[in-house]
Design a protein around this ligand. Structure first.
Ligand code: FCB
Length: 471
């Protein structure tokens, strides 16, 4: 007999996408350009297959078909993002693009009609171009620009959308976009940019949270979506173990601590390490800007749920080889930890072990006093094909790990597969396939075809249960 396990009552199963990766219609109906529109049109291209998100899945035109698919798969919710520059072409609310408002209204209505709860992300990486010209996430004014934009969303969609994530993956935005210069807007301001950005992201998030609850008296939920890996020490040495606890604080804690810690503020180890390095490097003060008492108060407690995106594990070490191996200054140099996706020197461990997902959830429970967690992204990419047993195994394993964590008392209430459709995977273009549905990007119709994993996931949503598997 099959050993099946049921989801707890009220548990939500969904899938995720984002505006730039799905919509296409990059310059249609009054939409303004975003930093990704700019990035993908640069020559030579930084995108691995030279592609753009100009058309992507063409969901701007095909959204009704997408919702049918969601309904077939039996999603409780779909997590999508608003394109800031489709709503406000210049980024500012003096000029609202009605066609953008209409598009999202139609899309949300279609979701609701099909009993799929809309789960909206306010910002998933596509900053309006004009705001970047003013410094983007490193300009303190971005906090107010963001809140103004969020207000337009609450005004227009607040009566229909009840689950809101403010910002997707601050650490990718800040470290990728303004530190290492690896993601749009490709600003290389290592050691300064990522910390300035972090402060503004936290404040923009917290002010939006307060706006929703205090001004709108919103009945829904507002959270933030943080990305994190699980981290394993490469050896059992004291140094490697400390490297693990430090990297957790630099990746996750820098955003989660100010929201969840009873004293608020950035993690002690982050404050200490950045201050020490800054002073060694001759800076007059820490490159990590101080959060004022007012800011700390504003940020503390500003989440009804913690969205977590988790895909894989890093194997982590701290030894002589790491010293001086990163750009100076940079947050990676501040942290001074080496990491890789395979366990050196043996390369035996896999970086996508579901057991690690369980460990992460238990760790989050401990670190942040058992917050309400929604898994907002988790999934596997491969090279394509409809027989995606590898993806099924990955998702089944991770859901089992999640249910084990729930059995341990972790307050995890939702799980979302990245992604419903193959889509534009940023620097990887269309090479990395994450979809439960294959999309034929060579066809103008962008034909969607269910993979084996779509049927598998439908089975899970319909039976509200999953076969038990050993992790
Ligand atoms: C995450 C992003 C998401 C998607 C997945 C694969 O970092 O939030 O947009 O690209 O990775």
């Amino acid at each position: 007999m099959l050993d099946v396990r049921k989801f707890p009552k009220g548990f939500l199963l969904g899938s995720s996408g984002s505006a730039y990766q799905y919509e296409g219609a990059w310059n249609e109906d009054g939409k303004g350009p975003s930093i990704w529109d700019v990035a993908v049109h640069e020559k030579p291209s930084r995108i691995q297959d030279g592609s753009t998100g100009d058309v992507a899945c063409d969901s701007y035109h095909l959204y009704k078909e997408d919702v049918k698919i969601m309904s077939y798969v039996g999603l409780d919710f779909f997590r999508f993002s608003f394109s800031w520059s489709r709503i406000l072409p210049t980024g500012f609310p003096n000029c609202i693009n009605q066609a953008g408002i209409d598009f999202y209204n139609n899309f949300i209505d279609e979701l609701i009609k099909h009993n799929v709860t809309p789960f909206a992300t306010i910002y998933h990486w596509d900053l309006p171009k004009q705001l970047q010209e003013l410094g983007g996430w490193t300009n303190p004014d971005v906090v107010q620009w963001f809140v103004d934009y969020a207000k337009v969303l609450f005004d227009n969609f607040g009566h229909k959308v009840k689950i809101w994530a403010t910002i997707n993956e601050p650490s990718m935005i800040c470290l990728g976009g303004y530190g290492a210069g690896l993601l749009a807007p490709f600003v290389n301001a290592y050691g300064i940019g990522e910390y300035a950005c972090a402060e503004h992201v936290l404040l923009a998030h917290a002010k939006t949270y307060r706006l929703y609850h205090e001004v709108y008296k919103g009945k829904g939920k507002v959270g933030i979506v943080l990305n994190t890996h699980w981290f394993e020490p490469v050896t059992n040495s004291k140094e490697d173990k400390k490297a693990v606890s430090d990297i957790i604080q630099f990746e996750l804690g820098i955003y989660a601590n100010p929201i969840y810690d009873p004293c608020g503020d950035y993690p002690e180890v982050v404050k200490k390490r950045v201050a020490a390095k800054s002073s060694e490097q001759g800076f007059p003060r820490s490159r990590l800007p101080k959060l004022s008492y007012r800011d700390l108060k504003l940020i503390k407690g500003s989440a009804d749920f913690l969205g977590i995106n988790m895909y894989s594990t890093y194997f982590v070490y701290r030894n002589e080889s790491v010293k001086g191996s990163y750009h100076v200054p940079s947050s990676l140099d501040d942290l001074e930890v080496g990491f890789s996706i395979t366990q050196r020197p043996f390369s035996v461990a896999t970086s996508t072990n579901p057991r690690d997902f369980y460990k992460l959830l238990v760790k989050i429970k401990k670190l942040y006093n058992n917050p309400t967690v929604y898994i907002t992204e988790n999934g596997l990419s491969n090279d394509g094909g409809l027989e995606d047993d590898d993806r099924i195994e990955y998702i089944a394993g991770h859901i089992n790990a999640l249910l084990d964590a729930v059995d341990q008392g972790c307050d995890v209430r939702a799980y979302s597969v990245w992604s419903l459709l193959d889509n534009f995977e940023w620097l990887f273009g269309y090479k990395n396939k994450y979809g439960l549905y294959e999309v034929d990007f060579s066809s103008p119709k962008r034909t969607r075809t269910p993979r084996k994993s779509a049927h598998f996931y439908r089975n899970v949503t319909q039976s509200r249960s999953i076969e038990r598997c050993d992790l």
